[in-house]
Design a protein around this ligand. Structure first.
Ligand code: FNR
Length: 337
């Protein structure tokens, strides 16, 4: 096994160790307003959404995690099967490892092989050469490409990158890849200014991947002999990141700390086109419960739509909400900036 593929397996183990499903996050400080007379029926609720020209059964999806090691091959294969059976989208983990270790290709492709007609999204780091990015997207038969911006994670890694001039390369990738590109964070949140800069550079899809769930500063810190635990509090909470994204008038996905169908619904209320779940689904998979959890989430989400007087996903953003004082105060300060 190489160092890179060792790191992939370590991340999987540490994601489990640092998974706190009941940990509070910004989504708990967002309160929904509910009509007592919703004039809806669960039977009439339609969860279906279009994503990159394909119709999916639900607006939530399995967000980027793994690939590039023996264990991740097994995980991707199982995720691919579940995504196919449930007709939900699946994003693969970073395939940048293929630049140096092309023999790891199958650990990603197994998911596409298991899900030939569904939405499968490739994932790369922002420094990947554009021609390689185009080749990987093509070979994985991906419907779209996610590119992750993970500066906080790199800074927290002793062996991490220290150079972050990415914009020129991102624009080259934009030129060479003929599929939609989603720029995402990895759990520390995309901010307003960066989305606007990327929008000017021609990018139209973003995944806020905010703080409140998987915390890579915490994960990397546990692998690091030096204590840099102070980095763990730096992320931008998911609700604030989503509200920033909304102001940029772009297409965005809400993710980061989504624990249950109510969090999915809140992500849609915030204006997310889709809602991504990573570690929560990984832990359910490890417990052998993901295959039954997904249909259960769909059913619970249908009930929530009816509870809040909504029958179609696009209507969720008309639902009213308010923020608890600490989050509201933070948002008001941000808005004044
Ligand atoms: C991730 N994440 C991630 N993101 C990415 O863009 N490329 C990657 O390769 C990975 N790898 C990865 C491995 C593991 C084990 C986890 C748990 C997560 C980040 C992920 O896509 C997501 O942005 C964050 O995990 C926040 O979402 P959750 O976990 O709070 O739902």
């Amino acid at each position: 096994m190489s160092l890179r593929s060792d790191r992939k397996e370590e991340h999987l183990a540490l994601a489990q160790m640092f998974f706190h499903n009941h940990q509070k996050n910004s989504l708990d400080q967002m309160q929904l307003l509910r009509p007592a007379l919703p004039e809806t029926s669960v039977a009439k609720v339609d969860l279906r959404v279009k994503m990159f020209n394909k119709t999916l059964a639900a607006p939530f999806f399995i967000n980027a995690m793994t690939g590039g090691s023996a264990k991740s091959k097994k995980i991707n294969q199982e995720l691919g099967k579940i995504a196919a059976r449930e007709n939900i989208a699946l994003a693969l983990g970073s395939a940048s490892i293929l630049v140096k270790e092309p023999e790891q290709f199958d650990s990603f492709y197994v998911a596409r092989a298991a899900n030939p007609d569904g939405v499968v999204i490739a994932n790369l780091n922002p420094a990947t050469p554009a021609s390689v990015a185009a080749k990987i997207v093509n070979e994985l038969e991906a419907d779209a490409l996610q590119i992750h911006l993970n500066v906080l994670q790199e800074i927290a890694m002793p062996e991490g990158d220290r150079d972050f001039y990415w914009l020129d390369n991102l624009m080259e990738i934009r030129q060479k890849v003929d599929k939609p590109i989603i720029i995402k964070e990895v759990g520390a949140g995309l901010d307003y200014g960066s989305i606007l800069r990327l929008k000017k550079a021609g990018f139209t899809w973003f995944d806020v991947a905010g703080a409140g769930g998987t915390n890579f500063a915490e994960i990397e810190n546990s692998r690091n002999p030096e204590d840099q635990s102070y980095l763990e509090e730096i992320g931008l909470p998911t609700v604030l990141a989503a509200k920033m994204a909304k102001l940029t008038n772009t297409n965005f996905i809400v993710s980061g700390g989504v624990r249950n169908p109510l969090d999915v619904f809140k992500g849609l209320v915030l204006g997310g086109k889709y809602v991504g779940i990573s570690n929560g689904f990984l832990q359910l998979l490890e417990e052998g419960k993901l295959a039954t959890a997904i249909p259960q989430w769909k059913e619970e989400l249908r009930r929530l739509y009816a509870l809040f007087g909504v029958e179609k996903t696009a209507e969720c953003q008309n639902c009213g909400y308010y923020l608890d004082l600490p989050l509201l105060a933070a948002w008001q300060q941000i808005e004044q900036e």
